[in-house]
Design a protein around this ligand. Structure first.
Ligand SMILES: Cc1cc2nc3c(=O)[nH]c(=O)nc-3n(C[C@H](O)[C@H](O)[C@H](O)COP(=O)(O)OP(=O)(O)OC[C@H]3O[C@@H](n4cnc5c(N)ncnc54)[C@H](O)[C@@H]3O)c2cc1C
Length: 484
């Protein structure tokens, strides 16, 4: 692989190119939100908005003051603030207009680059397009372009989504179009895989002001003893081997790589056999592969979350028999289906009803309170009740183990384990998110390293965007201090 001899300096390097990264890129490119007036139902926030200087962008305001006291479904106050301004009272099920207007102010642009393994859109590039979002369509939108506006201008109003939700295909298209329509392509590097982020201490040299090159990486500010060096490879063509190394140096790295890169495994014998799948993408691939359709054995789907439910829907749509194995009881109060109103999520409600045995489908057989114990080479699958009862043997067409995923942070020092709320343990969006300052999203353990999205506990797109406001606000404050 040809290696890069010198590195390119960028003020900000964003790793990952999903909705979190796209949102940060639009802020950094110079799009800025202004309070355009209007009343917020939260009296405390409303009072502060009235007192605020409206000529100053929200990015230039005191975020800790504005966000103080806000409550909602994010652990991060700035996420709640941005959401409250973009979608006032969204949790009450209303679609109130945004209190923000967006202005493009090129002079405020911050030089940056967005590095992503695949196409812009992140996790949404790998999901089955015919599925519907869990969230309402307007909760999927990015700053400055409403989903409705996009749908109207792209004639997507005939979309197959129901109950105010969107299809995954539309969300994916919206994210791709957003990058184009907001002129963000110059910042985006698709097919760029980051393999290492390291702190490099450089002294007494400067960046070449004409080329922007750093050879070797050098420090920009006298009071800053190190730069982050971001290395990896990018694909030059379609072939796997056709690739080149890259290296960027920066004072600010943002890790926005999401939490879906490594599927969780059961750790049982036979789990690596070729007929065992661990992602919806693989399930979709094998189910739609006509050559493999001959066997009438069922697809065995393991898990009781939404991905497992999506796989059941997919298989039944293709008239493939399904055996559904899940550890909990079908009436367990922790099941996600219990939290989804049937009127808005009819497809998940039907699956739940089948899991309970209330709705009968001749192609579907549930095994509640069961787990997989072994996978044999001849497609024989052994399952057992969770109480350790009799073992049942089934023939499987394929086995899909869909029991969640975790982030791949192997490119960070110590695999990122020093960054969590509970240090030395792997990062996990629910139990051990990356510990960041609540306003700047800077890692508590590392200066100049930031994170956003599910990695900091915001599992919904709507709240993941908060990081873009917090990080931009912090970068501007730091810049102002340095130029004073
Ligand atoms: C099946 C499913 C359904 C969902 N439905 C909803 C919904 O209805 N509503 C909602 O709000 N949220 C939903 N989510 C969650 C939503 O997808 C995430 O909140 C959102 O995508 C997070 O955005 P992100 O940009 O932080 O990360 P991601 O979208 O995960 O994007 C990160 C990208 O970074 C890439 N990356 C990782 N490592 C590297 C590396 N080393 N180098 C370069 N690139 C890298 C990843 O491959 C990925 O493409 C759903 C998730 C799933 C899996």
């Amino acid at each position: 692989m040809p290696s890069s001899t010198c590195s390119q300096y960028k003020e900000v390097v964003i790793v990952g190119n999903g909705p979190s990264a796209i949102s940060l890129s639009v802020f950094l490119s110079g799009y800025r939100p202004y309070y355009k007036g209007g009343t917020h139902s939260n009296e405390y926030l409303n009072e502060k908005l009235q007192k605020m200087n409206p000529k100053k962008s929200i990015v230039d305001q005191d975020l800790s003051f504005l966000a103080e006291g806000l409550e909602g479904r994010s652990p991060n106050p700035v996420a709640l603030l941005l959401d409250a301004l973009c979608r006032p009272d969204a949790d009450l099920g209303v679609d109130n207009p945004s209190l923000l207007e967006w202005k493009f102010e090129k002079e405020h642009a911050i030089d940056h680059v967005v590095l992503g393994k695949g196409k812009a859109g992140g996790a949404w590039q790998n999901m089955d397009g015919s599925m519907q979002t869990l969230s309402f369509a307007n909760w999927m939108e990015l700053p400055s372009l409403s989903f409705k506006e996009w749908q109207n201008s792209h004639h997507r109003d005939e979309s197959h989504a129901h109950n105010g939700r969107a299809t995954v295909a539309d969300v994916r298209r919206y994210y791709g179009d957003f990058v184009e329509e907001r002129g963000l392509q110059p910042y985006f590097r698709d097919q760029y895989v980051v393999t290492s982020i390291q702190k490099k201490f450089y002294t007494n040299k400067d960046v070449d002001s004409e080329s922007g090159e750093v050879e070797p990486c050098k420090c920009r500010y006298k009071n800053h003893g190190f730069l982050w060096e971001v290395r990896g490879y990018c694909y030059l063509g379609d072939s796997e081997g056709d690739r080149e190394e890259f290296c960027y140096c920066t004072n600010n790295v943002v890790v926005a790589t999401g939490t879906f890169d490594i599927p969780n495994k059961l750790g049982i014998h036979g789990e690596n056999l070729p007929y065992v799948l661990h992602s919806l993408e693989e399930v979709e691939h094998v189910l739609s592969n006509k050559k493999k359709k001959k066997s009438q054995d069922p697809v065995v789907i393991v898990g009781a979350g939404l991905s497992a439910a999506d796989a059941v829907i997919m298989a039944l749509k293709m008239k493939r028999p399904v055996v559904h194995v899940f550890r909990r009881g079908a009436n367990d109060s922790q099941l996600i289906f219990k939290k989804l109103p049937a009127a808005i999520y009819p497809e998940y409600h039907t699956i739940h009803s089948m899991m309970k045995g209330k709705t009968i489908n001749p192609l579907y057989k549930p095994y509640p309170n069961h787990s997989l114990v072994e996978l044999k080479e001849d497609n024989h699958v052994l399952i057992q009740t969770t109480s350790g009862g009799d073992i049942l043997s089934l023939d499987a067409f394929y086995v899909a183990i869909l029991i969640g995923a975790c982030p791949d942070l192997s490119f960070l020092p110590h695999d990122g384990k020093n960054l969590g709320v509970i240090p030395r343990f792997p990062i996990d969006s629910k139990h051990n998110p990356i510990h960041v300052d609540p306003y700047s999203y800077q890692c508590v353990a590392e200066t100049g390293l930031f994170s956003m999205g599910p990695l900091v506990g915001d599992n919904f797109v709507r709240f993941g965007l908060g990081g873009s406001l917090g990080i931009t606000n912090h970068l501007l404050l730091t810049k102002n201090k340095q130029t004073q």
